[in-house]
Design a protein around this ligand. Structure first.
Ligand code: ZN
Ligand code: ZN
Length: 279
């Protein structure tokens, strides 16, 4: 099965601590046999996105040097609020594709930058106000729907990862995901199978005690989440979400997960049709 790496970071993403750039990504993807290469650095705020023009310059240099495979310059745009806004105002030039994802949940204080604090907040809601928690899940689902319908988005990246990073594998999130998948189906937006998320959910978190009795074990939650998506006519997208050079193009865990779920190759997003040599 031919999979593609649509999600890769470089030193332009603050969380990436190695100094490689698009040149190394293109070389790594080429070496691994991918038919085209992609890069997708973070756009967390309107101040981010100058890197798109820089990547495009590197791409032009690669083409001028005889590199023949297509290279796509995308962005991973954070969903900044419950209205689903993406902070694309600072992006210089036209990205070839847009991933959107949550790294924090509105102004709730539930955020990837404070996982322990986020876990405490969510656990307190489980105990004190489960109705408010379910309402929050519905708000997050609506946030995704707004993000993908109000913006020109190609992929919903790592859905519910902020909750999952905080060890919240609540069954009720599975119900909230249906309407999101319906919207992805209608808008032609692919749902991402993120290699880092698969690794965390299926392996690293497999022995993690879920946050609360309402939660499932991490692997079961993640498997059921993607069974929900598979029940809709949505495409899937794969990505290494590499933040270090050795992870570029590594889709091994995603591949195992996809094969176990039996999702066929034709259901995976390919940018082959929109690429041109050197561009
Ligand atoms: Zn992300
Ligand atoms: Zn990422």
């Amino acid at each position: 099965m031919q999979l593609f790496d649509h999600h890769v970071h470089t030193r332009y993403s603050a969380c990436c601590h190695e100094r490689y750039d698009l040149r190394e990504i293109a070389m790594a993807h080429d070496r691994l046999g991918f038919p085209y290469s992609c890069v997708s650095d973070h756009v967390h705020s309107g101040r981010d996105g100058g890197f798109v023009a820089e990547h495009q310059r590197v791409r032009a240099g690669l083409a001028a040097g005889g590199f023949e495979k297509p290279v796509l310059v995308g962005v991973e745009a954070s969903i900044v609020d419950f209205e689903g806004h993406l902070p694309l105002g600072g992006v210089e030039g036209q990205p070839d594709f847009v991933l959107c994802s949550d790294h924090w949940i509105g102004d709730t204080g539930i955020t990837m930058s404070d996982l322990q604090g986020s876990a405490r907040r969510v656990r307190a809601m489980h105990d004190a106000d489960p109705h408010a928690l379910k309402a929050l899940y519905a708000d997050v689902a609506r946030m995704y729907v707004k993000a993908i319908t109000r913006h020109d988005v190609d992929v919903l990246a790592h859905p519910f990862d902020t909750f999952m990073r905080a060890s919240n594998f609540d069954k009720a999130l599975l119900d909230a995901f249906g309407p999101v998948c319906e919207a992805c189906q209608a808008a032609g937006v692919a749902v991402e199978v993120n290699n880092q998320s698969v690794k965390r959910q299926m392996e690293l978190f497999s022995r993690t005690r879920p946050l609360h009795a309402d939660c499932l074990p991490a692997p079961e939650f993640y498997t059921r989440l993607f069974k929900v998506a598979a029940g809709y006519d949505v495409l899937f997208s794969t990505g290494s979400d590499a933040h270090v050079a050795r992870d570029i193009g590594d889709l091994r865990r995603s591949r195992q997960f996809i094969e176990a779920l039996g999702i066929p190759e034709r259901r995976f997003l390919s940018f082959d049709g929109r690429t041109r040599p050197g561009g």
